[in-house]
Structures are given as structure tokens and as C-alpha cells.
Design a protein around this ligand. Structure first.
Ligand SMILES: *Cc1c(COP(=O)(O)O)cnc(C)c1O
Length: 223
């Protein structure tokens, strides 16, 4: 096995207080996850509903599962009963469906709004203006079964560190804007999820609270 335990500690050792690690375990087998679990890691991230379901069934029940992928509304009902956080909410439709399904199982589900700041057109997420509109519209205020905990984003896949830093800084500034405008009195709105294996050191300089690191811990994914 890849040196999961050693790698996990190498990543954890670089994280300042207040920054949590979401270990991204997609495409990796249960024993890799258990190796990290044995070292105390409890937050894991997955991006496919079926894979998450299987892992949730077979692995320890105190794991906090974050769904980090693009979520289709027809899959929401399968993950809502047990998921700890849905990180990539990119439409009011999806938010509505999470609220509807969470009400059915009497839960309040933590979510992040995903921003699209990267230049790649392939990425998902809300533009800053679309996110402003979603919040200004106010429908979310009536959703008693979702708790908006902050923002998530992926920087562009480029070598240009300055561009990555600019994109993350844009997200950090935008966090301050919406925090002041909509969540000033809401302590739950506190998370900034950015930073992956290649760019999490830059994320640490741009006020991330949650890094999502896969490859640097578990090695390359076999698709
Ligand atoms: C796969 C994935 C990650 C982790 O990427 P690594 O480069 O393996 O660290 C982080 N965030 C999201 C949204 C992902 O899909």
C-alpha cells in the first residue's frame, strides 16, 4: 500500500490550527481509508453517489462523509440520510431538493455553495453574480433543513501560482462580502473550502478552513 499513514501526517503537520483536512478518498479502496482512519482522520470526501453509499455501508459509522462532486438532483435522496456535508451546491434547484429530502428524514444538512472562479469552462459552480442573486433572492432563508456553512471552490489547473492565488483570494474576498451581507449573525457560516494536493499551500495563504486533499495522501487514483 501507498504510505497512507506517513502521507497523512505529512499533510496534517502543515495545517495550522483551525484548518481541517477532508481526505479525498474517491476511487481508493476501503483499506486505504481505514489506514487514515486508524490515525484519527474522520472526515473523508467522495464524489460519486454509489461509491459513497458502498463505503458508508462498509466503513465505520463515525466517519463524516463530505460529498464533493457534482450532484444530480435525482441522487440527492440517496445521500441525504447520512451525509455530513454537501460541498458543491451550485443551483437553487439542488438546494431545494436537499431541503426537501432532508425534511423527509428530519435532518438539517450542512452545505457549501460552490463558486466558479476558475477560467476553465468545464468546471461547475455559481458565478459570483449568480451566487449574489441566489442569496439576494432569499428563498434559502425559508429552508429549515439546510444549513449554509460557507463557500467552496476549485482553482484552475494551471502551473501559474499567481493565477491560483488570485482565484483563491477572489473567493476569500467574496466570502467576506456575503458573510457581511447575509450571515453576519450566523456563526455556522464560517467555512472556506479550497486547496487540493497541488495547491493547498496557496490555499493556506488565502484563508482556507478546509483543504480537500486526495492524491498527496492516497497516491494516484486508478480510474
Ligand atoms: C478529486 C478532488 C479533490 C482532490 O484532488 P487531489 O488533487 O487528488 O488532491 C478535491 N476537490 C474536488 C472537488 C475533487 O473532485
Amino acid at each position: 500500500m501507498f504510505d497512507v499513514k506517513g502521507n497523512l501526517h505529512r499533510v496534517l503537520d502543515t495545517l495550522p490550527q483551525g484548518v481541517r483536512l477532508v481526505a479525498i478518498s474517491k476511487y481508493h479502496p476501503d483499506d486505504y481509508i481505514l489506514a487514515a482512519y486508524e490515525e484519527g482522520q474522520r472526515i473523508f470526501g467522495e464524489s460519486h453517489e454509489q461509491e459513497l453509499r458502498q463505503k458508508h455501508e462498509s466503513l465505520p459509522k463515525d466517519i463524516e462523509w463530505h460529498f464533493i462532486g457534482h450532484l444530480q438532483t435525482n441522487k440527492v435522496k440517496y445521500i441525504v440520510p447520512y451525509v455530513s456535508m454537501i460541498e458543491a451546491v451550485d443551483s437553487i434547484r439542488l438546494l431545494r431538493e436537499i431541503n426537501r429530502q432532508a425534511e423527509k428524514c428530519d435532518r438539517v444538512v450542512n452545505v457549501l455553495l460552490e463558486l466558479h472562479i476558475a477560467e476553465e469552462a468545464t468546471k461547475y459552480g455559481l458565478s459570483l453574480d449568480a451566487c449574489r442573486e441566489l442569496l439576494a433572492d432569499g428563498e434559502w432563508r425559508g429552508m429549515a433543513h439546510v444549513r449554509i456553512c460557507g463557500l467552496m471552490m476549485m482553482a484552475s489547473f494551471v502551473d501559474d501560482r499567481d493565477q491560483i492565488r488570485r482565484e483563491m483570494q477572489t473567493a476569500a474576498d467574496f466570502f467576506d462580502e456575503v458573510k457581511a451581507a447575509y450571515f453576519a449573525d450566523d456563526d455556522a457560516f464560517c467555512e472556506r473550502s479550497w486547496g487540493m494536493s497541488d495547491d493547498y499551500p496557496i490555499a493556506l495563504e488565502t484563508r482556507t478552513t478546509m483543504v480537500r486533499v486526495g492524491t498527496a495522501i492516497f497516491g494516484p487514483r486508478v480510474y
